[in-house]
Design a binder for this molecule. Structure first.
Ligand code: FNR
Length: 182
């Protein structure tokens, strides 16, 4: 059986370090686990007035998340919380009322920052929203990559040390995502 992961990257910029770590994680997934990115850059800012309208990009992300066995969020921290673009897709997928696609959804979060704290506040705020939405958060290992630019070379390759660290996360995530009895 195959496992289908929806990947959300919280940064919109081309040279995102979070994208680099996400790509590394995806490259380490076994063949039976496929990851598909949920693109968030084109999503209009959530507005409750849209609940009775059809917005193709909203339908797209809601379906991608609904159909996924697990969602992996890799994100920076903006001003001590999650980036607005990430909060936006979380809100969009939580509505219309009682049609949230987050309920019971398996979700894991990884954060990365050039700063000391590794975007931890962003990761904790994702967990807070997911708790409210009754998602099934992967509890551990918690991954908040600090001084993260030091873990990437000029080509964006992840250093050996960080690869080893991330491999533990990948191993646990694969079990979490594929475990239908959990
Ligand atoms: C940041 N950055 C940042 N870093 C951090 O550790 N804590 C923070 O609160 C913030 N706040 C913040 C706000 C805004 C608006 C920006 C643009 C940036 C720095 C951030 O970690 C850095 O730019 C990362 O490189 C962003 O991740 P990506 O885009 O490289 O994935």
């Amino acid at each position: 059986t195959s496992t289908n992961v929806a990947l959300i990257i919280g940064s919109l910029r081309k040279a995102s370090i979070n994208r680099k770590f996400a790509e590394f994680i995806v490259s380490q997934l076994p063949d039976n686990v496929t990851a598909t990115e949920v693109h968030i850059a084109d999503l209009p800012l959530y507005n409750q007035d849209y609940d009775d309208q059809t917005i193709d990009s909203y339908d797209r992300v809601r379906k991608q998340i609904k159909d996924a066995d697990a969602v992996l969020i890799v994100t920076p921290e903006h001003n001590r919380t999650m980036p607005a673009a990430l909060k936006n897709v979380i809100d969009i997928a939580s509505r219309p009322y009682k049609q949230s696609v987050w309920e019971g959804k398996k979700v894991a979060v990884v954060t990365a920052s050039p700063g000391t704290y590794g975007g931890r506040a962003s990761g904790l705020d994702v967990r807070k929203s997911m708790q409210m939405l009754s998602a099934q958060m992967m509890i551990r290992p918690e991954v908040y990559l600090g001084h993260a630019t030091d873990s990437l070379d000029d080509e964006g390759n992840v250093s050996d040390r960080t690869q080893k660290f991330l491999q533990k996360f990948v191993n646990e995530f694969v079990i979490f995502a594929g475990n239908t009895s959990a």
